[in-house]
Design a protein around this ligand. Sequence first.
Ligand code: BV8
Ligand code: ZN
Length: 239
Amino acid sequence: MTLPRLVALTGAGVSAASGVPTFRSAEGGLWRRHRPEELATPSAFARDPALVWEFYDWRRQLIAGCRPNPAHLTLAEMDALLPHFTLITQNVDGLHHQAGSRRVLCLHGDIWWLKCSRCHYREENHTVPLRPLPPLCPCCEAYLRPDVVWFGEALSPSVLSRATEACAEADILLVIGTSALVYPAAQLPFYTLQHRGRVYEFNTEPTPLSGHVTESILGPCEETLPAWWCDFQNEYGLA
Ligand code: BV8
Ligand code: ZN
């Protein structure tokens, strides 16, 4: 029996069990009552780079103490076992890579990479806390910024087209731990549906996508995803 082409799209909910706060859980705001949409923008950085950097340095320090959970580890197992598998993530926490996933499309960048706000300089940087804040570019002395996609910024065209193609060709798409509110990521499941692929949603609550999917599996994905993977392996003789 040929194995189906499997794609997974993850959001902040996949890291919740690891202790990484999601964007919508913190009442009134993720940090000091600020909403991410206020701080994760080019205009906020232009206006107050130190404040935006305090927000990211706080997240980097928090995430540095977090480890992959069974949902991340299950996705890494799929990556290792399945010939046709793509993981697409909206998360910037690096926990999929830490869990061992290799074929990962990071739609919104990576909090462990910095890039210059002026020249092409980029670096991987895991220093917590980061000092001085804001860090300066060693080449041109302009401010470095987190190498993430802010609201109002375009995603990398190549990453987005590879993610779109993977979803359009998927026999099965797993949508895990996302509120399905942020575009263009939230559009991706509709490419699978348009090509008659099956979409399974893993979430602790209904989302705007729930009414469109093949099946909505309610519960914590760190439990429901390993169970689903177990059934899949039995069905396709992988166990
Ligand atoms: C773009 C990186 C165009 C940064 C992120 C007005 C002005 C400007 C733009 C817009 C606008 N109106 C709309 C837009 C478009 C905007 C958008 O969609 N806004 C939303 C708010 C309406 N999108 C953009 O701006 C995008 N760019 O459109 O560019 C363009 C084109 C050409 C040229 C120039 C411009 C860029 C969007 C990317 C923003 N960056 N992250 C950072 O992280 O600091 S988005 C960020 O928020 C995350 O990456 C993620 O994508 C999103 C949060 O969503 P989720 O991951 O889903 O997390 P959330 O907390 O929402 O939900 C968690 C879910 O998990 C919940 O459903 C919960 O029930 C569930 N859950 C919790 N625990 C568990 C669980 N499920 C299972 N198990 C559990 N244990
Ligand atoms: Zn520079």
